[in-house]
Design a protein around this ligand. Structure first.
Ligand code: GLU
Length: 472
């Protein structure tokens, strides 16, 4: 533990792609672990692989973290800003005889690799430069290798996986600095985790095989390795590793599809972690209940239906005013309003409120809002055939006159008109309500009709009825 006795964790993405579901879950677990323990959550961008890392992906990862409200306390640090630190750590190992210069050329290494493969052996650096005693020309290119122990076993007491053992004979002398002076991945991770006084490493189990190598590097620096917790994989429905084949994997794609960030967070946390049977958690509850002990050992399966269900729950819970703000970009994207078009937000909140329980995403909400916002609606031909028959049109004409005389165009008053009308003609309310619903919303399903008519407003209601009556 560091001098302040504080738990310090990090999320350390490589910016070689967008923030994806798996990365976001790792970030979330680190964030929750830090918040639960009053610790520190660090964001570190692992961009040493310059050929694959881009500024655009760094920004995309940060954007994703912000959208999910996974706020970090330190960083973002960037490994490419820290080369001097890595060099000084390399020097230390060289001076202490824990690392050595390797003069083997890439061609020689490749040739030996091929030979090993041809003999059916697992290729491994044979350590031939470990014991060079004669002086070498200063300008001869060399990489720097770390002396891995070759005997015994390394035991990882993983907080999630339990005890995992590795044979040291399987480990090779790792290159920690290439001949061009750039440090390598497994080395910089350890240097950063030492330098940033990381106490717990929570990451995907694709890194488990790196752990024994990293443990020896910690030890070489006289540092107690942090605690490790390797998260089981996330699988698609077909039990193969989650990938684009299973649908969108980028976090921001879920934003575009109309998911609420809190719903996605709630979904992600349940990919591996559980707390009794509870499914829906507030952020405060997640922070309060989170623990590594409750992370399962087996892989989690990504279930888009469940995510959709959770999203609908979050939409129901969300304040209509907030939803009204959130839905604006979707109304623009769906072409329902134009950019810069002003809507009365109080009115929109009312419209949103009527639909909250009927939609699962903000995209669905935007599309359902169509019949509130547009002047006219497109009428579903099947509904038209069934409900806008000539005898119904006659009713609609009469009803239109009654509604146009209504000065207080509220659900209550509208309802009275409908009841009186049905009574007068000796028909059921539904016999007139459904044709009106079709004329006003274009379809046969909507929230309560009188509420819908009030929100659509008198002017548009009359216009749409007129159009239907005229046969439009
Ligand atoms: N940069 C690594 C990755 O994106 C994570 C390394 C670590 O967490 O130790 O997979």
């Amino acid at each position: 533990m560091n001098k302040n006795n504080k738990i310090r964790v990090r999320f350390a993405p490589s910016p070689t792609g967008h923030l994806h579901i798996g990365g976001a879950r790792t970030a979330l677990f680190n964030y929750l672990f830090a918040r639960h323990n009053n610790g520190v959550f660090i964001l570190r961008i692992e961009d040493t692989d310059r050929s694959r890392s881009t500024e655009e992906y760094i920004e995309a990862i940060i954007e994703g973290m912000k959208w999910l409200k996974l706020d970090w306390d330190e960083g973002p640090y960037r490994q490419t800003d820290r080369f001097d630190i890595y060099r000084s750590y390399v020097e230390r190992l060289l001076n202490e005889g824990k690392a050595y210069r390797c003069y083997c050329t890439p061609e020689e290494l490749e040739q030996r690799r091929q030979e090993a493969l041809a003999q059916g052996k697992t290729p491994k650096y044979d350590g031939r430069c470990r014991n060079i005693t004669e002086p070498m020309p200063a300008d001869k290119p060399s990489a720097i290798r770390f002396k891995m122990p070759q005997e015994g076993r390394t035991v990882v007491n993983d907080l999630i996986k339990g005890v995992v053992e590795f044979e040291n004979s399987q480990l090779e002398d790792l290159i920690i600095m290439r001949s061009d002076g750039t440090p390598t991945y497994n080395f910089v991770v350890v240097v950063d985790d030492i330098d940033m006084e990381i106490t717990h490493i929570i990451r995907g189990d694709d890194h488990l095989n790196n752990t024994p190598k990293q443990i020896h590097i910690y030890k070489a620096f006289g540092w107690d390795p942090p605690a490790f917790g390797h998260l089981p994989m996330i699988l698609g429905a077909d039990k193969t590793r989650l990938s684009k084949r299973h649908g969108a994997t980028s976090v921001m794609a879920y934003k575009d599809m109309g998911y609420l960030p809190d719903a996605l967070v709630n979904y992600l946390v349940r990919l591996g972690w559980s707390y009794g049977d509870q499914e829906v958690f507030t952020r405060e509850e997640l922070i309060k209940y989170f623990s590594l002990e409750n992370i399962g050992k087996s892989a989690a399966v990504f279930n888009p239906e469940k995510l959709l269900w959770l999203n609908s729950q979050y939409i129901i819970k969300e304040d209509a005013k907030n939803l009204a703000e959130m839905v604006i970009p979707f109304l623009i994207k769906e072409g329902i309003i134009s950019e810069g078009q002003k809507l009365d937000m109080e009115w929109l909140s009312k419209a949103v409120n009527s639909l909250k329980e009927r939609v699962r995403t903000l995209v669905e909400l935007a599309n359902s809002l169509k019949y509130y916002i547009l002047e006219y609606v497109e009428i579903d031909p099947r509904a038209k055939e069934k409900f806008l028959k000539p005898e119904n049109i006659k009713y609609l004409s009469e009803l239109k006159e009654l509604l146009s005389g209504l000065s207080d165009f509220t659900a209550r008053e509208i309802e009275k008109v409908f009841h009186a009308f049905a009574e007068k003609h000796g028909i059921k309310l539904g016999a007139i309500a459904q044709p009106v619903r079709v004329a006003i919303t274009g379809g046969t399903a909507s929230p309560g009709l009188f509420e819908v008519l009030e929100i659509v407003g008198k002017e548009k209601v009359l216009k749409r009825l007129a159009k239907v009556i005229e046969g439009g």
